[in-house]
Design a protein. Structure first.
Length: 249
């Protein structure tokens, strides 16, 4: 019997007030514990943290319960991969070297259970989101990262967390208008031969069977948007060649 492949995204750990954050983290830890029962791989499609920034010898002090569980999954033989999102531009090497997570800075193609799968966070995907695509280049610029790192951590971290929160709020307001762009993007990838396209970023859980085009009903694939882990607590699952969108708890 094949083991299960799991997909989660958009926990935005650290984004909410203390009690909500505690509930979210407890649910996430319970979910990660459950994966040891039947999982082969876990794909995190970005924005696990509201903000993460590493100095050479310093990392944020929060979220060690989740980090410990991720390390435990890796130690148990479960492969954990992270496809970065729009809140992940400044990931250093802590997650890869100390936790054992494989980091991907762009979209990836994987094969599981006979399915060719396209994975991405999905930020900047909408055709009208030109402003964000420009901002993305600025935020990933090495010089800008170096300059920001010159700020003391007690200043840089709260400031960046504040900006990240504003960005997430604005994104929540407009992403609903981009949903058709995401669907069309998935359909185009299916036309290129993918069996499934799995995205995140919109925070809106979606599972659809799509045809490559209106005249080719034989060439079909799955579009899965795995939602988020702070409003919907949804995740994706591939088991015995079939994709599922499920809610935890």
């Amino acid at each position: 019997m094949q083991k299960t492949i799991y997909f989660i995204s958009d926990a935005h750990l650290g984004a909410e007030e203390k009690e909500k954050e505690k509930i979210k983290e407890q649910k996430l830890v319970s979910f990660l514990d459950k994966l040891k029962e039947d999982s082969e791989c876990l794909y995190i499609l970005g924005d696990m943290f509201e903000f993460w920034f590493e100095y050479k010898n310093l990392i944020p002090k929060d979220h060690f319960a989740v980090l410990g569980k991720l390390r435990s999954l890796v130690d148990s033989g479960i492969k954990v991969s992270y496809v970065v999102g729009n809140h992940d531009f400044w990931l250093g090497d802590f997650l890869s070297k100390q936790i054992g997570i494989e980091i991907f800075k762009d979209s990836i193609e994987v094969n599981h259970q006979g399915k060719r799968i396209f994975l991405a966070h999905g930020d900047g995907l909408a055709k009208r989101d030109l402003g964000y695509r420009i901002l993305k280049k600025i935020l990933r610029n090495r010089l800008n990262i170096f300059l920001y790192r010159q700020l003391p951590p007690d200043i840089s971290y709260p400031l960046a967390k504040f900006v990240a929160g504003k960005s997430r709020t604005q994104a929540d307001r407009r992403e609903g208008s981009y949903l058709e762009d995401y669907r069309n993007f998935a359909q185009e990838k299916i036309k290129q031969g993918f069996d499934a396209v799995i995205l995140a970023h919109t925070h809106i859980p979606t599972l659809e069977n799509l045809s490559a085009n209106s005249t080719d009903s034989a060439q079909r694939g799955v579009y899965l948007n795995i939602g988020d882990w702070f409003k919907h607590f949804t995740y994706g699952r591939l088991m015995e060649g079939k994709f599922y969108l499920e809610k935890f708890g």
